[in-house]
Design a binder for this molecule. Structure first.
Ligand code: FE2
Length: 422
């Protein structure tokens, strides 16, 4: 007798299985003839572990147009706009917007998010708000907070002090933004400083690193060195790494083994990188996405992050990690069947690995969180970005949706036009 039984789902590896859930854990996977208090008939639909987003800004989300839109579309105007908004936004407003965003995330099967929280203002209202959001959504969504000195660790008087204050308040992860410090030297020093803080406190470390088109922005080299020095390994992640797009190939041939040696992970954010990078170019315009396939070939874990939804940097977004993977697949030209399948794995298993989630997956003993999609395979899910028919979080059904088939009225044609194929 299970509390919940998901019947006949197709798992990402292609096997068809039932999933029996007891309490908040997966109790059994296979051909199950058992009773259950509630049954979800997956009927061959894809059943996946939940989507995971390892890079987001929840203190800024759903604020698009406040105090006005980003006219130039650049990263720098976005930072400047956010600098105004964070001074007028109240804790209550930020909590309300973030919790609303979490509703969207749950409906899309996105059940774990790492969000960077700006620690620049001395009032630390964003930190206060995100700690409250983390507490509120904890029953159904795992939220990880990063202490993020948006305006630089050393570029503001209290930048360093406020990162430490945020960590003392309960923020989980150490952040950083070396390319935004005043000089290359201060950027490198900020990494030595922050790496030491992460190591001494036993925390994870996630740095906005080299989010620029400048090929000489080589902070990831210093970061990898510090990750190796402190033995942080996979507890450290380099976010964006867009300068690597424009770096000299010979230099990259030395850099990638250093990153691999450190064991750190990488989080490109394709929707935002393709939108913000290359803005100073005429033609040809650089894409700005980091070297995803090349890093993966070196064994470096690479996930896809979302970064922004409806905020000063990005005017769109849906909380759908399949949109993120879809864009990444295109920009990184990951079109081989094995590469497309890997793009799905990147927004599920790899992102979970990057966030250090334990008991994640569809095996007995894992946390009973999953999503049923109106698709047959991971690749079809990427093609369709289909409805999430059911979302289960920690053993409870938290979202359900009717299958949405278009009705067509054409002479001599069937009445439905399902987009699933084969
Ligand atoms: Fe970011």
């Amino acid at each position: 007798m299970f509390d919940l039984l998901v019947k006949g789902g197709t798992l990402p590896d292609g096997t068809v299985a039932d999933i029996g859930i007891a309490g908040d854990r997966i109790a059994a996977v296979g051909k199950l003839d058992a009773e259950a208090a509630k049954v979800i008939d997956a009927g061959g639909d894809l059943v996946s572990p939940p989507f995971v987003d390892p890079h987001f800004h929840m203190d800024a989300t759903l604020s698009y147009g406040l105090p006005r839109v980003n006219a130039s579309g650049t990263l720098l105007e976005g930072i400047s706009l956010w600098g105004e908004l964070r001074e007028i936004a109240t804790v209550e407003e930020m909590v309300e917007r973030a919790v609303t965003y979490c509703d969207w995330a749950v409906s899309m099967g996105l059940l774990a998010i790492r969000t960077h929280v700006d620690t620049t203002p001395d009032h630390l209202r964003g930190v206060e708000a995100m700690l409250e959001v983390k507490r509120r959504v904890a029953p159904y969504l795992d939220l990880q907070l990063v202490a993020f000195p948006q305006d630089g660790l050393y570029r503001t008087k209290t930048g360093r002090q406020n990162v430490l204050r945020a960590l003392d308040m309960g923020v989980d992860v150490v952040g950083g933004i070396p390319h935004f410090e005043r000089t290359m030297e201060e950027g490198a020093e900020s990494l030595r400083d922050l790496g030491r803080i992460a190591a001494e406190r036993g925390l994870m470390w996630d740095v906005h690193c080299d989010e620029t088109d400048d090929p000489m922005s080589r902070h990831v080299e210093t970061m990898a060195r510090e990750v190796t020095r402190h033995g942080l390994g996979g507890r450290a992640a380099g976010s964006h790494l867009t300068s690597m797009h424009s770096m000299d190939n010979y230099y990259v041939s030395k850099l990638l083994p250093l990153i691999a040696e450190s064991g750190m992970t990488a989080i490109p954010n394709p929707l935002i990188n393709i939108t913000l990078q290359g803005r100073h170019d005429t033609y040809p315009k650089r894409r700005g996405l980091t070297r995803v396939k090349e890093m993966q070939a070196m064994g470096i874990p690479v996930g896809w992050g979302q970064d922004c939804v409806l905020d000063p940097w990005y005017s769109l977004g849906t909380a759908d990690m399949l949109d993120v993977a879809f864009m990444g697949l295109h920009v990184a030209q990951m079109t081989h069947p094995a590469e497309m399948a890997r793009c799905f794995t990147m927004v599920t298993e790899t992102n979970a690995q990057i966030m250090g989630l334990t008991d994640y997956g569809l095996r007995p003993g894992c946390v009973a969180s999953l999503v049923v999609l109106d698709a047959g395979t991971p690749t079809e899910a990427l093609r369709l970005r289909p409805d999430r028919l059911a979302v289960v979080s920690k053993g409870k059904v938290v979202a359900e949706r009717q299958r949405n088939d278009a009705r067509v009225t054409l002479p001599g044609r069937p009445a439905t036009a399902r987009r699933r194929h084969g």
